[in-house]
Write a protein that binds this ligand. Structure first.
Ligand SMILES: [Zn+2]
Length: 175
């Protein structure tokens, strides 16, 4: 029984097209699983706040990556992501050609073009809202990784840019 359970790969719970919105939602924790190799990495992307006015969010994110199989431990600071240019600055001591440096580079490419995940890399959330970090308690949040209030806020903000949210949160079974 135990073997049967562990040999079945987990089913991704997020549509890859949601990556650009979720990754930059504020407090994202996302796991990427290479579907052919079975390897995975967990990424934490935290938005910075203005030092004087803590309510003011900056278009700057710290990216932490865990390349270990145990996603809880080993979060390492990989670098800073600047949303306006989508350019990165590597963390102190992080080499561009190291595993961490290459992982950061790949993540930014995937945020820019989530199509590269399709059929190759599964995207998972950890049961926490990618915007505020609180545990997800509503069943419908399973496909969005956002609590109802945070989702509503993001949809309202995206209306100005005519963004189609139902498209990116189509359950993975149907794509
Ligand atoms: Zn939330």
């Amino acid at each position: 029984m135990r073997n049967q359970l562990s040999s079945r790969p987990p089913r991704p719970n997020l549509n890859p097209l949601s990556l650009p919105k979720l990754a930059l939602a504020g407090r994202a924790v996302l796991t990427f699983r290479n579907l052919s190799e079975g390897s995975h990495m967990t990424v934490k992307i935290k938005q910075l706040r203005d030092k004087q006015d803590r309510k003011k969010l900056l278009p700057i994110f710290y990216v932490y990556i865990s390349l270990l199989q145990d996603g809880r431990t080993g979060m390492e600071f990989a670098g800073t992501l600047f949303q306006e240019t989508m350019e990165t600055k590597l963390g102190r001591g992080v080499q561009a050609d190291s595993r961490l440096g290459r992982a950061l580079n790949w993540i930014v490419s995937a945020i820019k073009n989530p199509e590269i995940l399709r059929g190759r890399v599964g995207l998972f959330h950890e049961g926490k809202c990618c915007k505020c970090g609180l545990p997800l308690t509503h069943p419908e949040s399973i496909h969005t990784a956002l609590g109802p209030v945070c989702l509503e806020r993001m949809v309202a903000a995206a209306q100005r840019e005519e963004f189609n949210f139902s498209e990116i949160f189509k359950p993975v079974e149907s794509i």
